[in-house]
Design a binder for this molecule. Structure first.
Ligand code: AMP
Ligand code: TRP
Length: 330
């Protein structure tokens, strides 16, 4: 069985972009692949966090993994800091990543370009930690949204560099980025990615949003004055985004099919169909979420997941440190 690994950094509440771009692929892959899905809590603290809020977001993230359909009997679900090897291999990876490479990472560059003050060193070096997260488990594939592809490519480069220098240490993983839904845009500004750091809060649908609120966000999504439901991301980014959302939530329905259904309809009818699909999905997720947070499942799943992950991660870290010549006793 081929192996897959991915993680989410719950710096805030999970949103529809996380679900469509990442989480639903984890769920769809768990039968066919050996799936590792973790919660990247070290990555969370690369930006300032309120401790209580972070606690809640982490627990919600596990609950949402489960509520979205990840099955802990199939997938290994764990918290990054429960496997200490991530931080240790992270430093080793950092020492094998060039500053020139980190300087090219668009996520960091974007934050810097916005003029944000006091960006942390951790934020700058986080792609090296992400490389460690991945390479510890030798996955064949890493399913991610578009914005993370560059980080997986950096992981491949550093893995190859170390394989050349120390012998075959790492499996070089491939990023899996879906054709549709890998970059869901903000509903209030379809030129920007849907993200947790949405200031207005109107452009981002959170998986735990009240259904009425979610519906309103879809119904007030920014569109255009062309008035035709057709897939033209350049001239109609808002409509293209809603089409991606609808397609992703309805068994990857083709754009041609969606265009055909709504060809004589106004945007109001189309938006209502998108809102229905979104609310149906959220309702399913939220019903299961409520059951999960009232049970002990979160603690059980994380304990069991960490045990399994630790075995794999510690063997890999050991192999790497030996190859580099760092160990004495073992
Ligand atoms: P993050 O919330 O940044 O940890 O992202 C977790 C996963 O969700 C990553 O695979 C991202 O690429 C993906 N993701 C985040 N935002 C979006 C979005 N707007 N559209 C599609 N995928 C996304
Ligand atoms: N950096 C990713 C993000 O912000 C989260 C992440 C951390 C990740 N480690 C990973 C994703 C390893 C895939 C594989 O979205």
């Amino acid at each position: 069985m081929k192996r897959m690994l991915s993680g989410i950094k719950p710096t805030g509440q999970l949103h529809l972009g996380n679900y469509i771009g990442a989480l639903r692929h984890f769920v769809a892959s768990q039968d066919e692949y050996e799936m590792f899905a973790f919660i990247a809590n070290l990555h969370c603290i690369t930006v300032p966090q309120d401790p209580q809020e972070l606690q809640k977001n982490l627990k919600d993230c596990v609950a949402l993994y489960l509520a979205c359909g990840l099955n802990p009997n199939k997938a290994t679900i764990f918290l990054q800091t429960d496997v200490k090897e991530h931080a240790q291999l992270g430093f080793i990876m950092c020492c094998h990543t060039y500053m020139g490479e980190l300087n090219r990472m668009t996520q960091f560059k974007d934050k810097q370009a916005k003029g944000e003050k006091n960006l942390s060193g951790g934020l700058y070096t986080y792609p090296s930690l992400m490389a460690a997260d991945i390479l510890l488990y030798s996955p064949d594939y890493v399913p991610v949204g578009e914005d993370q592809k560059q980080h997986v490519e950096l992981t491949r480069d550093v893995a190859e560099r170390m394989n050349n220098r120390y012998g075959q240490l790492f499996t070089v993983p491939e990023p899996l980025v879906a054709k549709v839904g890998a970059r869901i845009m903000s509903l209030s500004d379809p030129t920007k990615k849907m993200s947790k750091s949405d200031e207005t809060n109107k452009g981002c649908i959170y998986l735990l949003d009240d259904l009425k609120v979610a519906r309103k966000k879809v119904m007030s999504a920014v569109t255009d004055s062309i008035g035709k439901v057709q897939y033209d991301p350049e001239n109609q980014p808002g409509i293209a985004n809603l089409m991606q959302i609808l397609s992703s939530l309805s068994n990857n329905r083709s754009f041609a099919d969606i265009e055909e259904e709504f060809k004589d309809q106004g945007y109001g009818v189309f938006k209502k169909a998108v809102a229905d699909a979104v609310c149906n999905q959220l309702e399913q997720i939220q019903t299961r979420y409520k059951e999960i947070v009232e049970s002990n499942l979160i603690e059980e799943v994380l304990t069991q997941g960490a045990q399994k992950a630790c075995l794999i991660a510690s063997a890999k870290l050991d192999q790497v440190q030996k190859a580099i010549g760092m160990e004495i006793i073992k």
